[in-house]
Structure formats: C-alpha cells, structure tokens
Design a binder for this molecule. Structure first.
Ligand SMILES: NC(=O)c1ccc[n+]([C@@H]2O[C@H](COP(=O)([O-])OP(=O)(O)OC[C@H]3O[C@@H](n4cnc5c(N)ncnc54)[C@H](O)[C@@H]3O)[C@@H](O)[C@H]2O)c1
Length: 333
C-alpha cells in the first residue's frame, strides 16, 4: 500500500483531504501536525498521526525513514497574514524553515510528488484582479514572502534534484474543521466565533474589500488530481472561488444564515490587499475544479457545525515580537 504524507493534517484542508483519501483511495495516510492551529478531533482515525513541529528535522527524518512516503501534501503553516509583520521570526521559522526541512527529506527519500499549498497572497497588491499564474510574485507581508520563498525553493529542488512538485495557490477556502477560535485569521471563522459568543461581527475598514470564497469540499478532488496528473508537474495553479463578494456582502450573508438580528462593527483598516481574487481557468483545465457550493450554502453547513463545537478558549498571542504599528484591536493589555 502506497503512503501519502499530509502536513497540517489537523487543519481545514489537511483534515478534509485525509478523510477523502481514506474513503476514496487505497493509500495509507500519514499525518503530521503540531496542533498549534488545528485540532486532534479533526484527524481521521485511520490516519497514522505524528505530533510535532516540522522545524524538528530529526523527527521529520524519522518519519520518512519509517514510512516510505510516496506523495507529500504540504499544508502546515500559520496563516495569519495580517499578523505576520508582528511575528516575523515565528512566521519564517514556522512557515519557511519548516517547509525547507520537508523539502530536504522529500529529496533525500525520493518521493514522487510534492504538492504545496502556497497562497494567493504572493500576488500582493500590485495588480488588478483577477490574478493569473503568469504574474510575477509581489508579496506585501512576511507570510506571503515565506510562501514565495518556498515556491522558489521547490523550483530549484526540481532543477537540481529532480523533486517533482505542484504549487497550488488556494484562496479563501472555508468550512467544517476550520479554526474559528483564532483572533487573527480567516474572516468567516472570526465572524462565526463572534456571533456564537453573542458579539457583533467586526470588519476591518469600510468592508469594500473584495474576495471570492470557496467551500472546502470543492478543493479536495482538485488537490488529489494535483498529485496524480503528470501535466501538473512543475506547475503553479490558482484554486478557488468564481464569485466575488465585498466583505460587507459576505458578512450580511452570514448574518442571514444565522437568522440573528445583528449588525457588523467597522474597525480601523489594516495593511492588506483590497481587491483580491484569482483566475480559475487553469484549475478547471488541469485539476477539473468545479465551484459546486455557493457561499450561502457553505456558510449554512459551517454554521450548523459551528453551533455544535465545544466552547474553546479563543487563541490570543500572549506577546508579539513587535508592538510598533500594531492595530488597536490587537493591542495587548
Ligand atoms: N484555507 C485557505 O483558503 C488557504 C488560502 C491560501 C493558502 N492556504 C494555505 O493552505 C494551507 C492549509 O490551510 P488551512 O486553511 O487548512 O490552515 P489550517 O490552519 O486549518 O491548518 C494548518 C495546520 O498546520 C498545523 N501547523 C502549522 N504550522 C505547523 C508546523 N510548522 N509544523 C507542524 N504543523 C503545523 C496547524 O496546527 C494546523 O492544524 C496553509 O499552508 C495555508 O497557508 C490556505
């Protein structure tokens, strides 16, 4: 039986891909996660699970030595883009150095395909959307720089060592198993936490930012195809939504889904790309991507799930590496 390694297996994309692989393929799934941002309850019980941070190269080598891994899906990262300038060291260690450890092992142990979840953030705010894959990367924060650097490291690992990779640039996936308890990331999850806790949903700036959201299930079969198709080797492929919404519109859809009588609160704007969505033609052509679940339906599913979740304590950074320029709403006591 072949083996597939998923890093970030306790997170949104990793846990849902693991479920799908267990149910639809003969592969044995090996999972790594340090549970810093995901939850053990999300991990399919047929997954062989290892809990550690990918920064630990020795532990990682141990897994490769033991498991004879064929395919790697690299999803582990702390995706708090807006916070990344205030936790630079953590960001680069956790998202970049950790990734290079995985690339080292993947070369050393001759895996056949490395699928990396990069991010739409690598396009920055230099271009008018939709962003297509031929645009040069132009990141505007450390999170996106780490993603860009990993993309480049994969490219040279392919040239020098023949490591076959596929880069997926997802954007704005949401759904069941998403971390809704982190104060700093994923707008829909933040709103759900707030609404569940009887608080008004908050919007940074005036809410005219535009994003295209996709339900997590729509990402899974394309992720599978990414490791299976020879045409995907050495490719960069956007993945995500075909319909754009302003942040205010998206918030109203969520409020309607909850059936509650609440209004959003508008906060100080933050350093971010205002209009951001990507082309999807290449994902349709190479990965058979289909946008099946629209925002209202997806939020209805996620809301049903969220209401039955344990009331976890919200994750708040005890101390940032840098306080200068931090937004009022993230200031520490
Ligand atoms: N969800 C999206 O729409 C989206 C968009 C763009 C990019 N991405 C990228 O896709 C990947 C998966 O996203 P997601 O939404 O599932 O995120 P997620 O936060 O739900 O999952 C990430 C998982 O990785 C684990 N993790 C983080 N750093 C680790 C490390 N160094 N070692 C071991 N485990 C670690 C966390 O505990 C978590 O369970 C991430 O790399 C993210 O940057 C996601």
């Amino acid at each position: 039986m072949g083996k597939i390694l998923i890093t970030g297996v306790a997170g949104l994309l990793g846990s849902r891909l693991a479920d799908w692989l267990v149910n639809n393929t003969d592969y044995k799934v090996i999972g790594i996660d340090d549970l810093s941002g995901g939850f053990s309850e999300n991990i399919n019980r047929n997954v062989e699970f290892y809990k550690f941070n990918l920064i630990d190269l020795q532990a990682l080598k141990g897994v490769f030595e033991k498991e004879n891994i064929e395919i790697v899906y690299h999803f582990a990262a702390y995706a708090a883009e807006g916070l990344s300038p205030f936790i630079r060291k953590y960001n680069y260690e956790n998202n970049l150095i950790a990734s290079t450890n995985l690339i080292t092992c993947s070369i050393q142990y001759n895996i056949s395909r490395f699928v990396f979840a990069s991010s739409m953030s690598v396009y920055g705010n230099k271009y008018d959307p939709p962003f297509n894959e031929d645009l040069p990367q132009a990141p505007i924060d450390p999170y996106a720089i780490a993603k860009y650097a990993v993309e480049m490291d994969l490219e040279i690992a392919y040239q020098q060592h023949g490591l076959k990779y596929t880069i997926i640039r997802p954007h704005n996936f949401y759904g069941i198993n998403q971390n809704i308890w982190d104060k700093y990331r994923n707008v829909l999850g933040i709103w759900m936490y707030q609404v569940l806790n009887k608080k008004n949903p908050t919007i940074f700036g005036d809410g005219s930012q535009v994003r295209a959201f996709s339900y997590v299930d729509d990402a899974i079969a394309p992720m599978w195809k990414a490791s299976q198709s020879k045409k995907c080797i050495g490719q960069i492929i956007n993945l995500g939504g075909i319909k754009e919404y302003s942040i205010s519109e998206a918030c109203n859809i969520l409020i309607n889904v909850t059936g509650l009588n609440i209004d959003p609160i508008y906060l100080e704007p933050r350093h971010e790309t205002k209009y951001a969505w990507s082309t999807w033609d290449k994902s349709v052509e190479l990965l058979d991507f289909e946008h099946k679940i629209d925002l209202e339906e997806g939020l209805t599913k996620m809301w049903g799930w969220a209401k039955n979740q344990p009331n976890r304590e919200r994750f708040i950074w005890p101390k940032y590496e840098l306080n200068k320029g931090i937004y009022d709403y993230w200031k520490q006591e």
